[in-house]
Design a protein around this ligand. Structure first.
Ligand code: AMP
Ligand code: MG
Length: 303
């Protein structure tokens, strides 16, 4: 893993990042996806499963939040469109201790997508093909940039390994992202997370209580988590049940539940962090080298 040593290195990273954005977008358009515009402010956003600093904004006297992820807006958007993607800016003012890991920013962009009527298996396959398409495009169009950064990038073989969460936990302890990632030479999926450690919107397997139909993609070589996604809860009764079990008051998601009562489509999807993807492709030690105006958690001097 490298640190940037001059402006020309930075140019190489940004050229790679621009290629990533273009290649991902071209791939998804070829697959029939429509790009939608991001939502930055809403009365509801991803509750997440860890604490962040509050990002509440006064919206005409009503508390709105800066987007942590567009999960609920994606589900609602599928009432209108069958396959969507968005380069979605997210603000998550993560605890300052997270800065040391080298893969957290307080502001980042997710390529967030969702597919009506899809299963986890389908979006898992889509995720593999998306990553391969992006890596191939970077290899084809950014060879000089990779060479400048000394990055030996290989296109992984499809399908990626699929590791049940319980197996990874038994092998590496918990949390295992870093330990698992260091043992991998190609990206691998972790599937079937336990319900209590994930958000309420990932669908619980009706055949296996407390096991979710969700997944993470983990980069090899110690780069850690690449994306999270899964099949979604869309039935109002099940959503209410999950809220109750997570101790989240229904009032917090009243508007969402009202729409769910009118009907949310079945769906599956995922969000892949653009800066983390850039970091992996360019072989960077730290995520703050993977974008301009990076905001490392706790750094209040950032522009
Ligand atoms: P999540 O649904 O919370 O897993 O977020 C989706 C993806 O966004 C993750 O897999 C990462 O690639 C990326 N991501 C999440 N949080 C951050 C962060 N604080 N900084 C940079 N990327 C992030
Ligand atoms: Mg995640």
């Amino acid at each position: 893993m490298i640190r940037l040593s001059c402006e020309q290195d930075r140019v190489a990273v940004l050229r790679i990042q621009s290629e990533v954005l273009a290649a991902a977008s071209a791939f998804l358009r070829r697959k029939g996806f429509l790009e939608i515009l991001p939502v930055l402010l809403s009365p509801m956003t991803d509750p997440l499963h860890h604490e962040t600093y509050s990002s509440v904004v006064d919206y005409y006297g009503v508390p709105y939040q800066l987007t942590k992820s567009m999960i609920f807006h994606k589900q609602i958007a599928l009432r209108t469109l069958p396959r969507i993607f968005c380069f979605s800016p997210n603000v998550r003012m993560e605890p300052a201790e997270r800065a040391a890991a080298g893969r957290y920013l307080a502001e980042f962009v997710q390529l967030d997508l969702e597919v009506r009527d899809a299963t986890r298996a389908e979006v898992l396959g889509l995720g593999e093909r998306l990553l391969v398409a992006v890596l191939e495009a970077v290899l084809e169009n950014c060879g000089e940039d990779l060479a400048r950064l000394g990055r030996d990038l290989r296109v992984p073989r499809i399908p990626f390994e699929r590791i049940p969460y319980a197996e990874a936990a038994a092998r590496h302890g918990e949390p295992f992202d870093d330990a698992l990632s260091r043992t991998l030479s190609e990206p691998a999926w972790v599937i079937d997370f336990p319900r209590p450690i994930r958000e309420f919107y990932d669908r619980e397997d009706p055949a296996r209580p407390d096991v979710l139909l969700d997944m993470d993609l983990v980069y090899p070589q110690g780069f850690g988590e690449a994306l999270s996604g899964g099949q979604r809860e869309h039935e109002p009764k099940r959503i209410r049940d999950r809220l109750r079990r997570d101790g989240i008051p229904e009032a917090r998601f009243a508007a969402y539940l009202k729409i769910a009562d009118r009907g949310l489509p079945r769906s599956a999807g995922f969000g892949i962090g653009i800066e983390r993807l850039t970091r992996f492709i360019a072989g960077l030690e730290r995520i703050e080298d993977a974008r301009l105006f990076a905001k490392v958690p706790g750094d209040t001097a950032a522009l």
